[in-house]
Design a protein around this ligand. Structure first.
Ligand code: NAD
Length: 487
């Protein structure tokens, strides 16, 4: 298996190598084999990328928004045309099942480019009547923005950050996760092919220190990070100390509340989606599944039956529903939490082991795992595991469910299943979360804002909100009479 890119970085419209950088191996998580070798960025590469972005940004910002949008929409079409090959690359990079990457990764990147490419032309300022004099506001680009990605949705992350940034007239330097460096390079090539001027979207590789160098660079105006809460604290502190704007898309331990009157099959489907998609490596996953007493037995019965039927195996096989975790370290972490769950006294209702898969012995697989009889203070109910491990907790009243759902430092997402319409909206209004679902889970189309509250983040991706987060307001006062000066 070979997925070697032409070079490690993409700067000013072309591939660039600097072999002086720390070597990085790209591993196919299903087998553990090395599929590409690249280098982390040296300080020289960081400098080249930021400078290319700075040099290109001014002319780009002066184009008509509709002209910038046209290029994004052309890139969106190219992403869709190449969906199959990009999905395969994403599967090699992440280990996620091809049946997922074919519908959820390049496709979601294309959606973002299409949405922002169209929406940007309707971003307007305000007019304020001051009784003769007047004022207006302009939404202007910030300048050079940094995107730092996580490893669960690499091309989607690169697109969700770059599309609104570019649409608003900014330039971007994007650093993918060190675990999944490949698909952002493919996106960069597509942008160039679609006509994006050189220097506007640059990709540099590396570990956290490269991200920190970018986030603290004096030329940079904004940093947008997707990552864990501890990384978010560090990057936000860096941005703050240099007075840069920041968007933080961080982790979660989100609640999913199933009321007695829910449609059972829909609720079970929602809970499975909320825990096992992308092998459980989704920031917004509803990993605390609160189930009301009256529906509990029936819900658990169907939940376990359907979870046991999940097909785990070769991610490139179109019939496979669940691939491996990203790497050995994450595998060890998730298996560690399964042991913690057992030791804490939770009941292992399903999974918990490492499946034996012929030919994939070197892969980082874990069975879809469900713990029942989980109580609120267990570590498996409080800490983000980022793997296919669901905790089921029992509850009796609506008030109790709300209070316990909110009893967490995180606030990324929440979901509820009920057929009681007033209750659905009443409960959602009380939940401390940035993104909520009623009678579904984890759908995040480009048209709607996505992001967290509390420790889960600051700012929003997608929707018109993202265009605001990648721009700044200029106020212009206009006098129409004489200057009344006392001097
Ligand atoms: P991570 O925090 O380890 O790394 C995220 C990125 O930050 C990587 O590119 C990494 O190299 C970089 N980084 C690390 N230290 C840095 C530093 N000091 N300065 C600058 N950059 C630094 O996260 P991960 O393990 O790649 O991803 C999993 C986490 O991301 C989970 O917590 C998950 O919930 C979260 N996540 C959040 C969202 C969201 O939109 N809210 C989406 C996906 C993942």
């Amino acid at each position: 298996m070979n997925a070697q890119p032409k070079a490690s970085h993409y700067i000013n419209g072309r591939f660039v190598e600097d072999e002086g950088g720390q070597p990085m191996e790209v591993i196919y998580p299903a087998t553990g084999e090395v599929i590409a070798r690249i280098h982390a960025a040296t300080p020289n590469i960081v400098e080249l990328a930021v400078e290319a972005a700075r040099a290109a940004q001014g002319a780009w910002a002066r184009l008509k928004p509709v002209e910038r949008g046209r290029i994004l929409r052309r890139a969106s079409d190219l992403l869709r045309e190449r969906n199959a090959e990009l999905a395969r690359l994403e599967t090699l990079d992440t280990g996620k099942a091809i049946q997922e990457t074919l519908v959820a990764d390049p496709a979601s990147a294309a959606d973002a480019l299409e949405f922002f490419g169209g929406a940007v032309a309707s971003v307007t300022g305000d007019y304020v009547d001051l009784g003769g004099p007047f004022a207006y506001t302009r939404r202007e680009a910030l300048g050079v923005c940094i995107g730092i990605g996580a490893w669960n949705y690499p091309i989607q992350g690169a697109a969700w950050k770059s599309a609104p940034a570019l649409a608003m007239g900014n330039a971007m330097v994007f650093k993918p996760s060190e675990n999944t460096p490949l698909s952002a390079l493919a996106l960069a090539e597509i942008y160039t092919e679609a006509g994006l001027p050189d220097g506007l979207f640059n990709v540099v590789q590396g570990f956290g220190e490269v991200g920190a160098a970018l986030a603290s660079h004096p030329i940079v105006a904004k940093v947008s990070l997707t990552g864990s809460v501890p990384t978010g604290r560090k990057v936000l502190a860096l941005a703050g100390s240099h007075m840069k704007q920041a968007t933080m898309e961080l982790g979660g331990k989100s609640p999913l509340i199933i009321f007695d009157d829910a449609d059972i099959e829909n609720a079970v489907g929602g809970a499975l989606l909320a825990n096992f998609y992308s092998t459980g490596q989704v920031c917004s996953n509803g990993t605390r599944v609160f189930v009301q007493d009256g529906i509990r037995e029936c819900f658990l019965d169907r939940l376990v039956t359907r979870a046991k039927a999940i097909r785990i195996g070769d991610p490139l096989d179109p019939d496979t529903q669940m691939g491996p975790l990203i790497n050995a370290q994450q595998h060890e972490k998730v298996m560690g939490y399964i042991e913690i769950g057992k030791a804490e006294g939770a009941t292992l209702a399903c999974g918990g082991g490492v499946p034996r898969l012929q030919g994939l012995e070197g892969g980082f697989f874990v069975e879809p795992t469900i713990f029942t009889d989980v109580v609120d203070d267990m570590r498996i109910a409080r800490e983000e595991i980022f793997g296919p491990v669901m905790s089921v907790l029992a509850f009796s009243t609506e008030e109790e469910a709300i209070e316990r759902a909110n009893d967490t430092e995180f606030g990324l997402s929440a979901g509820i299943f009920t057929r009681d319409l007033p209750r659905a909206h009443r409960v959602i209004a009380e939940l401390q979360a940035g993104t909520c679902w009623i009678n579904h889970y984890n759908l995040s189309p480009a048209e709607i804002p996505f992001g967290g509250v509390k420790q889960s983040g600051i700012g929003r991706e997608n929707s018109l909100a993202a265009l605001h987060h990648y721009s700044q307001l200029k106020t212009v006062y206009v006098e129409t009479g004489n200057v009344d000066s006392p001097y």
